[in-house]
Write a protein that binds this ligand. Structure first.
Ligand code: ZN
Length: 183
């Protein structure tokens, strides 16, 4: 762990367009200082030294929350899987809704870092694009879970009884999905 007195490693970028010093800490642990062209190096060192505790705080945060930083979710991956995820979600919703026959509005694929799925009050079913990476039975559970929220907007006993009609082993699935929680 870096101490307050320790020098910070940073990358210096000179920019002809920059009018002030700019400091950025990225989730990769990279610290970048952008300085106007010809800016005095000694003043720059002073500036970084003054910001040391702020930089360390940021670096610690990224170290402690590696999965939570949205910048770490590669957008390319999301775009690549989105179509596939939507096809999977539509197929599974159609399949399980043959049993339930609930009305819904739209199926959306989202790029969220904390949720596998949700059901909105507008009766939209939302799924994380990462469902394409899940075991099929967990996708089945997830789809049934969100479908049942169309009828029961809570996790009451009535809700779980509805889920259990098609996924009797829902408790195991729920647990497994929780272990996946860091998505
Ligand atoms: Zn739920």
């Amino acid at each position: 762990m870096k101490t307050k007195d320790q020098a910070i490693n940073y990358t210096l970028r000179r920019s002809r367009r920059a009018r002030h010093l700019r400091l950025a800490v990225y989730c990769t642990g990279m610290v970048v200082v952008t300085a106007p062209w010809g800016f005095d190096l000694r003043r720059l060192e002073d500036f970084v030294r003054q910001k040391t505790s702020w930089i360390i705080e940021k670096l610690d945060f990224f170290k402690k929350h590696p999965q939570n930083s949205a910048t770490q979710l590669p957008r390319k991956e999301y775009l690549a899987f989105k179509v596939q995820a939507l096809a999977l979600a539509k197929y599974k919703v159609d399949y399980w809704n043959q049993f339930y026959g609930f009305g819904y509005n739209r199926i959306n694929i989202k790029n969220q870092s904390t949720r596998w799925g949700s059901c909105s009050k507008k009766l939209n079913l939302n799924f994380n694009y990462k469902i394409v990476k899940l075991d099929e039975r967990l996708v089945d559970y997830l789809v049934v879970h969100e479908l049942c929220h169309l009828k029961e907007f809570n996790h009451s006993e009535k809700f779980w009884a509805l889920v259990a009609k098609t996924i009797p082993e829902y408790k195991i699935c729920r647990k497994e999905l929780k272990n996946h929680e860091r998505i």
